[in-house]
Every structure is written in structure tokens, then in C-alpha cells.
Design a binder for this molecule. Structure first.
Ligand code: ATP
Length: 580
């Protein structure tokens, strides 16, 4: 019922939990004072005694205590929940930062969203309501026992003994609940994952008319989620009914004992009325705990997932700085995403401080994996991936991000202005610097025809063409002004004109920076001072374009095949133009 790991995680919240219990307890005393006055007034009226004058101030104090305690306990409970939500979301965020860009290896994005939104909300109930109620439901019956025992000890004992029957019921339910709730969260995360994926791929699904099949699959998942949700609800309702029966039964037992003693003449009317009126209060806190218990259990099930994320092994501590004039090199580096499958095998390569280096090879030969190793996104390699004398996996991540800029095909552009997107790379850049970068990326002319730097972009710059998007991503990268640039298929899916513009800018950049171009299109590698040819994860040849044509069969075969393909496509275009 109390998860020690959770308590340790948010120690600050426990102060508010203690304060909530304190205020609830003051409220209980206020309630007891009110019951006491009511019992005294009723017994005085029945026995025709005069009502003692001190009674009204006691009643007033009782009402005041109840009112104030209700307000302050709610405030403390709210503070506890805010503390928990804030702390957990911060911990999840920090963990994601520590895991780095490869966090999706441990947890899917949809699950992170669910855990940090709904998971944290559920834990808010655990700390804001369940935990204070847990302590209060022990404290309240003991306090009332001390009040009732002097009046009628047997009734007080019966009431106190019946209270633990509620937690016994809760414990019995807990076993079943844990399994059902674990299942509920699994189904919930699964549904969230496929919803997000289907939403992202909706256009593709429509193009292939596969949306109705996906719709059916999601309906089936939603149905499974409905079933498990109904199981959770019916488990909660059934256990609440059982708890109500236990609570009412206990209160009735206590009342019956008090009435029995009153009937026998050994209990006066005031004491009997007081016990009858207060007996429900023995059980109400525990009964309330039972209601919170279900939501809290949901929170605990979510917390299991949060812990799994928080306990995921982090990449080794990265604290090394980058020494000046450091250059990248791979020395007999090997890597595999899966245990038994080598993707890179004994790779040796050097990236000089300035100039263009190209990595080429067929699809799946391991080019992007080299980019990921160089930029520190993957670190489970053997051999050495060095920046200067230091292993890349030991270099501080921020320093590495400042040192290397990776421009891939999917570089994200955000909704906002062109200037906003560019200043992401250099917040204090002047307008002149922005225009210079845009000029290098051959985008200035287009923007001058629009609203200049204030040209508005929709989400992921959907209102630009593919080539314009890539050129804007290139301008942003140029502004980042890092010593090393990696262009990983940065010109795929763009028109020939944009590709030429981008490659011209890349070559210009390579005059002062270390630039690595990764491309399956060999024409982009021709100007490189050194080309590495990859074949099934191994280096098949190294040299300039002319050298490789003579010495490397893999390269010359690829070159001939691509040249033939491009001749064919140029021929097709000419025929089409003639036909027009
Ligand atoms: N996250 C991953 N998990 C498992 N295997 C992967 C992962 N990423 C890539 N691979 C595998 O590693 C191999 C090399 O992939 P990589 O992306 O480096 O190739 P590439 O040469 O860049 O291909 P392309 O030109 O098509 O982009 C491929 O066989 C691929 O299936």
C-alpha cells in the first residue's frame, strides 16, 4: 500500500502529506465537538435539563475547526500533488536528456507522453489524497477510541476491532487489482502507440487505401482496452460495495453494543447518543481510503512504468572536453544493433579538420551508422571512435553537439518564422548573418520575394517545397558554425537544381570546416578529397573518385550502374520534352 521507492523519489511531498493529516485530525476534533454538543442538547431536551451555556462556544469552535481544517487540508493536499507532478515530470525529462536521442530504444514516445501526463496525474492522487488518507484512517479511529472508551469500553473495542476489516478487504482486492491494472496500462500504452503511429502515417495509409484495415485493427485494440477498462471499473465497484457493507456492519455493531448497555441501564442517554452519532466516523476515513485506493493503485501501476524508465541504464558518463584541433577517426571500429548481427566491421577512417570526406555505399551498407557513431548517438561499439585522443562516448554530450552538426533528410523545421528557425542554431545571430547563411544555401532570393526573415512556416515547413526545406535546414546548419558537419543523405528527395545548390554550399563550407557527405548517389562524392566505399559494413576501398574508379570494383560497378540509370532518366526526359 505504500511504495517506499515512490516516497524516496519525492521526499518534499511528505511534508505536505504530514500537514494534510494534521489538518484532517483537527477537523476530526471539530466534528467530535459538534457531535458532543448535539448529543448533549438532545439528551438535555429529553431529560428536561437546562442546556449548559458553555455548549455554544464549544459548538462554534467545532464548526470553526471543521471549516478551517477542510480549507487547509485541501491546500496541503494540493501542494503535495503539485510537488509530485512537478518532481516526476522533471525526473522523466532529465532522464530523457541523459538517455539522449536514443531514448526510444527504452521507451516509445507515446508511452513517455502518457506517463508524463496521465501517469503523473494518477500519482498526484496517490500523494495528494491516498497517502494522507492512509495515515489519517489509522489516526482517526484511535483518537475516537480514546474518546468513546471512557463512555463505553466494550462499544469502543467493537468499533475499533471492526475498522481493520476494511484494509483486510483492500488487501484481498489489491492482489487482483495489481494484475488487472498492470494489464490496463499495457493495453493503454499499446493503444496510444498505434494511435500516434497511425496518425503520423495517415497520409500513407490513405494513399494505399490501407486506412480501413488499420481502422479495424485499431478498433480491435480499442475493444481490448474497453474490456480491460470495464474489468477495472467492475473490480473497483465491487470492492466499494464490499467495503460499504463492512463499514456499515461495523458501525451497526458498535451502535448495537451501546444500545444494549443503554437498555440495561449502564449507559446514560448522552453517552449512548454520542456513540451512535460518532460510530460512523470510525469507518468513514478507512472507507474513503478504499475509494482513493483504486486511483492510487492505478498510479502505482503507472509508477512501475515510470521506474522502468528512470532505472533504464544510461549511456556512460560523458564529461570529457573537446581539445582544440581535434579530428575524428575510427580505428578498427565495429558495431551491431543486435547481438549477433554486425553492421560495421573493423572500420578505419579519418576525417581531416578541413575538406570534404564522402562515405558511399549501397543502401544498408552502414553509412548512417557511421554518422551516428561520429555524432555520439550510438555508443555500444568495439574498437575506437575518437575525437582527438578521446573516445566519443566519453565526451560531454553538449560539447559534442556544439562540435558536430548533423543534417539529415528529416531535419525538423518548426512552425513560426524563418528567423525563429534559423536563430535556433545561433540565438544572437544578426539579420545580416541570417541572410549570409540563406545566401550560401541559395534561399535568399526566394525569401526576398516573400516576407524575408519574417516569412511564416507552418508545422515542419509544410508550406515550402522539399528542396526549399532542405536548403533552409542547410542555412540553419551553416549558422551553427560547428567545426564538423555531417550531411547524411541531405539531398535525397530534392530536385536536381536544389541538389546542385546544396552540394555547392557544402563544398564551400568544406573550405573551412570538416565536412562529411554521406550519400548513396556517387555524383555527390566526386568533389571529395577522400571517399570511403562501404560494402556490407566493411570498407571496400578508399581514395579520390578517379583513384577508386581504377582500384575499387565495388565503386566502379556502382558508378557505372548509376551513370547508366541517370543517362536513361535524362533520355526519358528528352523524349518527354520532344513529345511536348
Ligand atoms: N535502429 C536499428 N536497429 C536495428 N538495425 C538497424 C537500425 N538502424 C539500422 N539498422 C540496420 O543496420 C544496417 C545499416 O543501416 P544504415 O542505416 O547505417 O545503412 P545506410 O548505408 O545508411 O543505408 P541507407 O543508404 O539506406 O540509408 C542495415 O542493415 C539496417 O537494417
Amino acid at each position: 500500500m505504500m511504495d517506499k521507492r515512490l516516497l524516496k523519489l519525492v521526499p518534499g511531498a511528505m511534508r505536505h502529506v504530514a500537514a494534510t493529516v494534521g489538518w484532517q485530525w483537527i477537523g476530526l476534533l471539530g466534528n467530535a465537538a459538534m457531535v458532543w454538543t448535539i448529543a448533549l442538547v438532545l439528551s438535555s431536551l429529553v431529560c428536561k435539563h437546562s442546556i449548559p451555556p458553555f455548549l455554544w462556544p464549544v459548538l462554534a469552535c467545532g464548526i470553526a475547526a471543521r471549516t478551517v481544517s477542510a480549507r487547509f487540508s485541501a491546500r496541503e493536499s494540493f501542494a503535495a500533488s503539485q510537488d509530485v507532478k512537478g518532481t516526476l515530470r522533471r525526473l522523466i525529462y532529465e532522464k530523457l536528456l541523459l538517455l539522449g536521442p536514443s531514448y526510444t530504444e527504452y521507451v516509445p514516445t507515446a508511452e513517455v507522453v502518457q506517463l508524463s501526463v496521465e501517469g503523473c496525474e494518477q500519482l498526484e492522487t496517490y500523494f495528494g489524497q491516498y497517502l494522507p488518507q492512509l495515515f489519517y484512517s489509522v489516526l482517526a479511529p484511535l483518537t475516537l477510541f480514546i474518546m468513546v472508551a471512557p463512555l463505553c469500553f466494550p462499544a469502543a473495542v467493537v468499533l475499533l476491532v471492526c475498522v481493520p476489516l476494511i484494509p483486510v478487504t483492500i488487501a484481498a482486492v489489491q492482489k487482483v487489482a495489481k494484475k488487472i491494472l498492470g494489464n490496463y496500462w499495457d493495453q493503454y500504452a499499446e493503444l496510444g502507440d498505434s494511435f500516434l503511429e497511425n496518425l503520423q502515417g495517415l497520409t500513407t495509409l490513405k494513399i494505399y487505401q490501407a486506412d480501413s484495415a488499420r481502422h479495424k485493427a485499431m478498433n480491435a485494440e480499442a475493444e481490448r482496452f474497453r474490456v480491460v477498462t470495464m474489468k477495472v471499473l467492475s473490480m473497483q465497484l465491487n470492492s466499494i460495495i464490499v467495503m460499504d457493507i463492512v463499514a456499515l456492519g461495523g458501525a451497526v455493531a458498535g451502535m448495537a453494543v451501546a444500545l444494549g448497555f443503554a437498555a440495561a441501564g449502564s449507559l446514560d442517554l448522552f453517552a449512548c447518543l454520542f456513540i451512535i452519532l460518532i460510530s460512523a466516523d470510525f469507518f468513514l476515513p478507512m472507507r474513503q481510503l478504499g475509494s482513493y485506493f483504486h486511483v492510487a493503485m492505478n498510479g502505482i501501476a503507472a509508477s512501475e512504468k515510470i521506474f522502468r524508465l528512470l532505472e533504464a541504464p544510461e549511456p556512460s558518463a560523458r564529461s570529457l572536453k573537446i581539445e582544440q584541433e581535434s579530428q575524428f577517426s575510427l580505428e578498427h571500429a565495429s558495431f551491431g544493433y543486435e547481438k549477433d548481427r554486425v553492421v560495421l566491421d573493423d572500420i578505419c577512417l579519418q576525417i581531416p579538420a578541413t575538406g570534404l570526406t564522402a562515405i558511399v555505399g549501397e543502401s544498408g551498407s552502414g553509412k548512417s551508422t557511421i554518422a551516428a557513431l561520429l555524432s555520439g548517438r550510438l555508443d555500444g561499439y568495439s574498437g575506437e571512435v575518437l575525437l582527438g585522443k578521446n573516445q566519443v562516448r566519453e565526451i560531454d554530450r553538449k560539447a559534442l553537439s556544439r562540435h558536430v552538426t548533423v543534417v539529415g533528410l528529416g531535419a525538423h523545421l518548426f512552425a513560426g518564422t524563418v528567423a525563429d528557425n534559423l536563430r535556433m542554431a545561433k540565438p544572437n545571430a544578426t539579420d545580416a548573418e541570417l541572410w549570409r547563411a540563406l545566401g550560401l544555401a541559395r534561399l535568399a532570393e526566394f525569401l526576398h520575394q516573400n516576407d524575408g526573415l519574417q516569412t511564416r512556416l507552418t508545422e515542419n515547413a509544410a508550406n515550402l517545397s522539399g528542396g526549399q526545406r532542405q536548403r533552409l535546414a542547410l542555412a540553419r546548419a551553416i549558422l551553427h558554425d560547428s567545426p564538423v558537419y555531417i550531411f547524411d543523405e541531405a539531398t535525397s528527395n530534392v530536385d536536381v537544381e536544389s541538389e546542385e545548390d546544396i552540394m555547392r554550399a557544402v563544398c564551400e563550407l568544406a573550405r573551412t570546416k570538416a565536412v562529411v557527405v554521406i550519400s548513396h548517389r556517387l555524383a555527390n562524392a566526386v568533389p571529395a578529397q577522400k571517399i570511403y566505399v562501404l560494402d556490407h559494413g566493411a570498407i571496400a576501398g578508399t581514395g579520390t573518385h578517379d583513384e577508386l574508379l581504377k582500384t575499387c570494383e565495388t565503386y566502379s560497378t556502382l558508378w557505372s550502374a548509376q551513370a547508366a540509370l541517370e543517362r536513361l532518366s535524362a533520355g526519358t526526359k528528352e523524349v518527354a520534352q520532344d513529345a511536348e
